[in-house]
Design a protein around this ligand. Structure first.
Ligand code: COA
Ligand code: ADP
Length: 577
């Protein structure tokens, strides 16, 4: 067992939350499961099998979804999981699941897995995950779920970002397909290595008969059971490559394409797609059939394994010799997926304040940067410790000091429909019309309907006379639901084609943008956010009064601009997911 070191140990048990009105609050959808790991749950190294853990995670999460839905639910997907530690026999696994958000017929459940050592009373995090469950259709069709009401700050954040995660999930397959077929790696050659292991040696095929214990009372196979079977064959393939015990580090998203039921035969096929210095990618495909019916594709997943030596350090792995055609294709795609995984981990799992400001933009990390951009703004907006600093003619300035960062929010209402405000403000090249700080704004790259990269030039904040310029990714979102705001998020990115020049100081924006709330058909509340970078902090914090009057005049100009342009173009072009 590789237990957590002292720094990583955490107080994982969430205390009951006391609301402002003194009420003791526990999320009504929260479900907990605790299991002591017995030899029957473990592999021959006395570590909990990941397959067993996936079954427990799936069933805990399913119970949370069903508690909200009040009817039977099925697993639609489980997002990428990164396992930080293994769990040993005799230790306790604690699983906590709660609903983050209900959409139409689907729900996102957040799952936290921790491990507890009963003898030392230590606890540490093993992984967290997000699963999507869908309420089973009834005879009258798709179920329309009731919405949840997030009550704490954490719940509000998860609720808001769940919409972003859902968007990513639904475009995931297309994005991957696009990146794999158009990325540079897809055309690369396969390197020949001496002593490479033929991929064929790692091929596994295994069949399972779905019996009643593998299914719920509606006879649908548990998603966790399918995932466990998939993990089993992947582990065999990985073991065949290295003739040792492999450790599963990450699983890419599981998406259940179609249902399976008691009586189905499930065929599981796995093979090592590629090996890297210290890790390997194993792919698994699960198909189901019944009698003489054709095979139905249920799921495909990609898992990354390492092999640890006695010091728990990853061993160097042998290279693989792929089979022709499909094997070669998978070999190249595994290289592309590895890059995508690294980008995703770097951009998504880091907190906004930890990510270096200048994240390089490229087409393969676009979707994650866009996610990071919008979710950072949503997190800032969901904070509940904003302090009102000044108010002038209904333009309010709020500030928030946290982790050495100063953020501000300016709020005002306008008599212009929300969608129109969204269209006008999301076109940054029109900002010059109301913001005197925008001296110049050029589109560098219209990435897609909702993401544009701009170069913006502003006056300098420092005493030298140089202008400042910014390379900004602007990502916009329409409301996912009626109660959601429109969002326009801005953050700095770097582009090799637009490096800093000697005539401008290159500035950086950590997190900025607008949320636009429809208060009525004609009245719209606009909030502008900006998290100040350490570079501009001294100028701001010494002059909040000056800042507020500058904001006031800028936002009066903004309001005038919106009102003057309130009649205009039709609805937004982008698809609201
Ligand atoms: N990840 C998460 N949610 C997804 C999804 C994915 N990859 N694909 C679809 N969904 C969601 C949709 O967003 C939609 O949510 P909403 O109603 O809240 O808007 C919901 O699933 C239903 O989508 P719909 O378009 O009506 O149906 P579909 O034909 O896409 O079917 C499933 C989606 C999940 C119902 C279907 O693929 C299925 O039955 N899968 C098997 C599920 C199962 O049996 N799991 C157990 C293990 S086998
Ligand atoms: P792709 O071939 O595009 O990767 P699939 O869904 O067909 O997508 O398969 C997913 C993974 O399952 C493959 O990458 C491969 O690792 C594994 N796999 C698919 N078919 C087989 C097979 N016949 N034998 C062994 N492994 C397979």
């Amino acid at each position: 067992m590789s237990s957590g070191n002292m720094e990583e140990e955490q107080q994982l048990e969430e205390p009951l939350f006391i609301l402002e009105n003194g009420e003791v609050y526990r999320n009504p959808t929260e479900v907990k499961m605790s299991q002591i790991v017995l030899p029957c749950h473990a592999n021959h190294c006395a570590e909990l099998s990941v397959g067993q853990l996936l079954k427990w995670m799936d069933s805990t999460a399913c119970l949370s979804a069903e508690r909200h839905a009040g009817c039977s639910c099925i697993t639609a997907s489980m997002d990428d999981i990164h396992f930080e530690h293994t769990i040993g026999v005799g230790q306790v696994v604690n699983i906590q699941a709660k609903l983050n958000r209900a959409f139409n017929s689907s729900m996102e459940v957040g799952i936290l897995v921790s491990c507890e050592d009963l003898f030392s009373e230590r606890q540490w995090k093993v992984c967290n995950a997000f699963a999507t469950f869908v309420a089973r259709r009834t005879d009258s069709g798709k179920v329309q779920l009731k919405q949840i009401l997030p009550r704490t700050q954490d719940e509000q954040m998860e609720y808001s970002i769940a919409a972003e995660r859902r968007r990513m999930r639904l475009i995931h397959a297309d994005i991957m397909k696009d990146l794999l077929s158009n990325g540079p790696v897809s055309r690369g050659e396969c390197q020949e290595y001496q002593n490479a292991v033929p991929a064929e040696k790692t091929r596994v095929e295994s069949v399972e008969l779905v019996l009643p214990p593998h299914a719920n009372h509606q006879v649908n196979t548990f998603g966790g059971q399918i995932m466990a079977w998939m993990e089993n064959v992947a582990t065999i393939a990985a073991s065949r490559l290295c003739n040792a015990h492999p450790t599963l580090r990450t699983i890419d998203m599981f998406h259940f394409r179609g249902p399976s039921q008691v009586g189905d035969r499930v065929i599981l096929r796995a093979i090592v797609n590629n090996t890297f210095k210290n890790s390997m990618e194993v792919g698994v495909r699960a198909e189901a059939y019944r009698g003489r019916e054709p095979l139905r594709h249920i799921n495909s997943a990609f898992m990354t394994f390492e092999v640890l030596d006695e010091d728990k350090k990853p061993r160097t792995l042998p290279r693989i010799r792929p089979e022709p055609v499909d094997g070669m294709r998978r070999y190249r795609e595994a290289i592309a997926r590895k890059k995508i995984r690294l980008d995703r981990k770097y951009i998504i799992s880091c907190k906004q304040t930890e990510v270096p400001l200048s994240v390089p933009w490229d087409p393969s990390n676009q979707v994650y940067l866009s996610y990071n951009n919008v979710s950072a703004l949503k997190m800032l907006a969901a904070k509940n410790n904003w302090v009102l600093s000044s108010e002038e003619n209904k333009v309010s300035l709020y500030t928030l000091e946290e982790n050495q960062f100063l953020s501000f929010r300016v709020e005002m209402k306008v008599d212009v429909p929300a969608e129109r405000v969204f269209i006008l403000l999301s076109d940054l090249s029109r900002r010059q019309e109301w913001d005197s700080h925008y001296k110049q704004c050029d589109v560098i790259n219209q990435v897609d309907e909702d993401d544009v990269i701009y170069r913006v030039v502003t006056p300098s904040v420092s005493k030298d006379s140089k202008f400042q310029d910014f390379v900004l990714l602007a990502s916009r979102r329409q409301p996912c639901d009626k109660g959601d705001p429109y969002v326009i998020a801005l953050r700095s990115v770097t582009l090799p084609t637009h490096t800093a020049t000697s005539d401008c100081n290159r500035g950086e924006v950590l997190c900025a943008g607008f949320t636009i709330w429809e208060e009525s058909k004609t009245i719209t509340k606009i909030s502008y956010y900006n998290q100040a970078t350490p570079g501009v902090m001294p100028y701001i914090s010494t002059d909040i009064a000056g800042l507020s009057s500058r904001f006031y005049s800028t936002f009066c100009a903004c309001s005038k601009f919106l009102e003057e342009n309130k009649d205009g173009s039709p609805a937004v072009q982008s698809a609201a997911l």
